[in-house]
Design a binder for this molecule. Structure first.
Ligand code: ATP
Ligand code: MG
Length: 299
């Protein structure tokens, strides 16, 4: 019997999880976001997409970012990728300020971004070739990355011949082929059906486990965030500020069975409280008049 979610303290960590976090915080900081602010000027007044956002991601950490629509998640990841400039504050990767895009950050977006005129292998080879690496080495490397995402049989296929999940696996291989320090993922599985999505989450955890890679992953899905991450950065909207950084108390290795464990449910309940506060509840009721007889009820 699972106790009610609001009676469980999501701060409670098993000794094994506490040890894991103590160890995590001993590792070098890969990404440091210092007092980051982004203001978009607009005719109707400035929009503060991010305000004084401050956090660090440790080496080989898996961090998810979650928050209501418009809270600045994509803006944050675009600044980290160097595709957008900050209004104030700083972003440091391995202690060096980020200025513009670079191969040290790999990006995977929700929309499919493979080059449609290139095969799977050519897509994966594209970045290293552009960086001037020798063709033979690049090809051998690309094969390894494609094997890592389980698509060796499809290396000569074109993107239109692949399913959505396969395209995203190629996108991950392509991002990894540049040997980034950090993988920045903006709702990469958002367009996939539930079953493929669950499979992709499992693949991603396996990839993460086997590589020296740090991951910052944006999602709307609470289960996905808890299942994947070490810590969850919860943002609030208007302006986009850090609400809380949650240390996920669910032990690793993760499995789908943990979705009904008390610590999983308590964490989900806590994030839900942050993202959909009590004050906002009940606002999703339609002003719909009753069109059936009294007593003819379905609930
Ligand atoms: N290029 C831009 N010019 C003006 N305003 C922008 C621009 N990009 C984003 N914004 C504004 O900044 C805020 C944050 O947008 P952003 O896309 O980062 O949110 P998000 O958290 O990714 O939302 P979603 O969950 O819907 O993807 C929004 O109010 C948005 O309208
Ligand atoms: Mg977004």
């Amino acid at each position: 019997m699972i106790p009610p979610a609001d009676t469980i303290d999501y701060h409670t960590q098993s000794p094994e999880v506490s040890k894991r976090f103590a160890e995590l915080k001993q590792r070098p900081v890969v990404l440091s976001v210092d007092d980051l602010t982004k203001i978009f000027p607009s005719r109707n007044g400035d929009v503060t997409a991010l305000k004084s956002v401050d956090f660090e991601v440790y080496r080989r950490e898996f961090m998810c970012v979650i928050g209501p629509s418009g809270c600045g998640k994509s803006t944050l990841i675009r600044i980290l990728a160097g595709l957008e400039t900050e209004t104030a504050g700083a972003v440091l990767l391995d202690g060096n300020p980020v200025a513009g895009p670079g191969p040290d950050r790999g990006m995977v977006f929700q929309s499919y971004t493979l080059f449609p005129w290139l095969t799977v292998k050519q897509n994966v080879m594209f970045g290293p070739k552009m960086a001037g690496h020798k063709e033979a080495g690049v090809e051998a490397d690309a094969r390894q990355w494609i094997e890592l995402v389980g698509l060796s049989q499809f290396e000569n296929s074109y993107p239109h011949q692949l399913s959505g999940g396969m395209k995203q696996r190629v996108a991950i291989a392509r991002a990894l082929a540049n040997r980034p320090r950090i993988l920045l993922m903006d709702e990469p599985f958002g367009a996939l059906d539930a079953q493929t999505r669950a499979q992709m989450q499992s693949y991603l955890l396996q990839i993460w486990k086997n590589l020296d890679i740090t991951i910052l992953f944006i999602t709307h899905d609470l289960d996905e965030a808890i299942y994947l991450s070490d810590r969850i950065l919860v943002l609030k909207a208007n302006p986009g500020e850090v609400d809380e950084i949650i240390e996920v108390p669910v032990p690793r290795p993760r499995s789908l069975d943990q979705f009904i464990e008390p610590e999983f449910i308590a964490t989900k309940h806590r994030i839900n409280q942050l993202i959909h506060p009590e004050s906002e509840r009940g606002q999703d009721t339609l002003p719909f008049p009753r069109m059936t007889k009294q007593g003819d009820d379905v609930e």
